[in-house]
Write a protein that binds this ligand. Structure first.
Ligand code: DQA
Length: 146
């Protein structure tokens, strides 16, 4: 079984992109942490990043049979009905992830268009948000959590 982690636009530049907001960890660091977290479990990881909305929609479609989906949709969180529609097809739980806390930022970040496709959201903990979301995913799919 697979846990899919999907990342949206500009997250490829994590580490250099507004480090005061998003921290100094790179997306490769976060991917390595996720792989380590799933070691010794029955789950394999897919980890993708896409800048284009269509590519992220295609990735969400491709992940629809995954045991769980973690998604940091970045800017598309606040705009993309197409991404919402793709995530509504997911068979397993979808968990919304953010490095920063969008509710502590500009008001246009307060609304998540994809929230209604998600079991819940983990935001504001930097790279740790992904780790906490993986813990939640493992608990939700009732797999071994070591
Ligand atoms: C983000 C928050 C979004 O508002 C923003 O557009 C991003 C990153 C986060 O992880 O904190 O690109 O999803």
């Amino acid at each position: 079984r697979t846990i899919a982690v999907l990342n949206g636009p500009n997250l490829n530049l994590l580490g250099t992109r507004q480090p005061e907001i998003y921290g100094s960890e790179t997306l490769a660091d976060i991917e390595a942490m996720c792989r380590k977290r799933l070691e010794g479990t029955e789950f394999s990881l897919t980890f993708e990043q896409h800048n284009g909305e269509g590519e992220l929609v295609a990735a969400a479609q491709g992940a629809r049979r995954a045991a769980a989906v973690l998604i940091n949709a970045a800017g598309y969180t606040h705009t993309s009905v197409a991404l919402l529609d793709a995530l509504l097809m997911a068979e397993g739980p979808v968990i919304e992830v953010h490095l920063s806390n969008p509710h502590a930022r500009e008001s246009f970040r307060h609304r998540s268009v994809i929230a209604s496709a998600c079991k819940g959201s983990i935001a504001g903990f930097g790279g740790l948000s992904y780790s906490l979301a993986l813990d939640a995913a493992l608990a939700l799919v009732d797999g071994p959590t070591i």
